[in-house]
Design a protein around this ligand. Sequence first.
Ligand SMILES: [Fe+2]
Ligand SMILES: [Fe+2]
Length: 287
Amino acid sequence: MAVVQRHHDVLIQRLARHSRSYRDPVEQIPWDDLDAARPWLPDHLLSLYGLPEFGHLQSEEKLRLSQVEFVSFCELGLWLEALFIQRLGSHSLQNLYGDAHSYHYQLHELREEVGHSLMFLELQQRARLPFMTPPGQRPSLARWFARFAPEASVAFWSTILIGENVPDQMSRQIFADKTLPAAVLAITQLHMREEARHMAFARITIQRRSRHLGRWEKWMLSPLLREVMRQFLQTAFFPGPAVYAAAGLGHPHLLARRVRLNMERINLMQRCAEPSREFLCSQGFQI
Ligand SMILES: [Fe+2]
Ligand SMILES: [Fe+2]
């Protein structure tokens, strides 16, 4: 057991070292390059892509939709980060005395998440867009797990991992399109770089905690994790009517319903979910 703990501490200390040279994300983004005349997402990452309605969009509408959907994707990040910041802030004292290495690393993670949130808020203000998805429309189970699941538990860290890994898969696809404005690429790259460490910490913690769970407990937890995943995927991939309304499209409620049956979108969602599913399955959960 002492060997496992030592190995865990070494990994956590390494992550903390990588986080040491911190720079404010808001200062790093070339905001002047956030060009309103260019798309902020490639066509194939837009929610309507694959539906007949997409083919009927004017180029101006498509452009605006790409910008609104990118901001909406970052708003998802804001919501997740707010949950994480809230949770970490309220439980930090227990961590400090219980597991000093994790506490140290989580302070780095907290600082990075606060930086991401400031960056996303700056983007939203520059895009002159309101909040488009109120917290009440976000998944209730993920919210519940993030707030109440026992500290350092598999349930809590699996929720965090799903919330970081699924959008990260989307970020990789955004970053692959080098025709996007430099500001969009910089926001995406910075987030991907720091989230890689956050996901490593979540995986290490899940692996360590899973060892203490029997097959029966994993079997009991699996349907809950499946439901967290399902609810999270819904909110991440299927925008609400407010997003289409902000893009100036007609019949936003109809579009929000139509997109749920869009096979292109469903396939993209499944591809983005795959790495989290694979990891949780490798830990003995049926996801
Ligand atoms: Fe983040
Ligand atoms: Fe994160």
